[in-house]
Ligand binder design. Structure first.
Ligand SMILES: C[S@@+](CC[C@H](N)C(=O)[O-])C[C@H]1O[C@@H](n2cnc3c(N)ncnc32)[C@H](O)[C@@H]1O
Length: 322
């Protein structure tokens, strides 16, 4: 029999499996950094999450593959520093990509991609990532203007302010974007607190959506700000649209799936949950009412424009089965 390692005891070790992967990953990166001067130099440019304002802004040219240094001398690696860098910059595969490879939900790959490590967080992101094997494809999730900062969502943009703030603690981020500032004011108001408490206490989700929409009318909340609040209460909208009972009662009094998805995607860009909701809606109406072009535009924002037609079909199937 060949040598092997078998999990002992009677309990599953999901967390430990991840830990083993993380250790293995740190070991691999430290080996690369120790052996290769170019990797060492590039990893040295990354943030450990501290005093970022004082870090130099590197020339983008140094990330080009042809920019090679010659002195390949093996050196020791400062493991504390390296673990700090990996902690701040490593990325795990996102769920959709992991699904393509038919992986379970609890064991995604992890890696370090140097240039994407410079992409900051926004609660209204404009880019997404797609993992294909060892490659990371970063693509726009909405139309980008020249000079605009490229941003990812480190924190789920379809969550309310308090949950995003809670998640931000792990990243050492106290986000001060336009959306957070707007929601900081709105979520302190008693009317919104009441809606939040109603949701927590299991109030009818259709009623929650109706109350929020009415409140937004009263406060004359329009445009992007409407999108922010709808994104923050996405869970309630989503549950209401999926509930036959809620739709029978509230369907005529709350905005359509299409209108809500449009206003949310206008602020948070493409998202697979919005796409899934659009697909479900299209199925319900057998394609009538909802433009196919709208669905494909959202699919391109979620998976990237360059994905081939057949691959896009597979991704859409996985997205609806998710
Ligand atoms: C992957 S790095 C992003 C690039 C980093 N800003 C740099 O200069 O190397 C992640 C770190 O950037 C900072 N960061 C990213 N987005 C931020 C945001 N919206 N607000 C404040 N800090 C942010 C946090 O310190 C976080 O730990």
């Amino acid at each position: 029999m060949e040598r092997s390692i078998i999990v002992g005891g009677v309990q599953d070790l999901g967390e430990d499996a991840q830990l083993a992967m993380w250790k293995n990953f740190i070991h691999k990166v430290s080996e690369c950094v120790g052996k290769c001067a170019r990797t060492r130099g590039l990893v040295g440019l990354l943030s450990c999450g501290e005093n970022e304002d004082e870090l130099e802004v590197p020339d983008v040219g140094v990330f080009r593959p042809e920019c090679v240094e010659k002195d390949e001398v093996e050196v020791g690696v400062d493991m504390v520093e390296l673990v700090g860098v990996l902690d701040v910059n490593s990325l795990t595969e996102d769920a959709v990509s992991a699904n393509v490879l038919r992986r379970g939900n609890d064991c995604y790959g992890v890696g370090l991609w140097l240039l994407p490590s410079f992409i900051n967080h926004s609660c209204c992101p404009n880019a997404r990532r797609l993992h294909v094997g060892d490659y990371l494809v970063v693509h726009a999730s909405k139309d980008l203007k020249a000079g605009e900062e490229v941003t990812f969502a480190y924190l789920d943009p379809l969550c309310g302010l308090s949950k995003r703030r809670e998640m931000g603690i792990n990243w050492g981020i106290h986000c001060k974007c336009k959306r957070c500032r707007f929601e900081g004011e709105v979520f302190s108001k008693v009317e919104i607190r009441e809606i939040e408490i109603g949701l927590e206490r299991g109030m009818d989700v259709g009623g929650v959506v109706y109350k929020l929409e009415e409140q937004m009318k009263r406060w004359k909340v329009r445009g992007k700000e409407k999108g922010y609040l709808r994104a923050s209460f996405w869970e309630a909208y989503c549950e209401a649209y999926r509930s036959e009972r809620a739709m029978k009662r509230w369907g005529r009094r709350i905005p359509s799936v299409e209108a809500v998805v449009d206003s949310i995607s206008d602020v948070v860009g493409g998202d697979h949950r919005l796409l899934k909701m659009l697909m479900e809606e299209m199925k319900k109406s057998s394609g009538a009412g909802l433009e196919r072009e709208k669905l494909f535009k959202m699919a391109r924002d979620v998976f990237g424009k360059v994905v081939k037609k057949q691959a896009m079909k597979t991704l859409l199937e996985l997205c609806i089965a998710d």
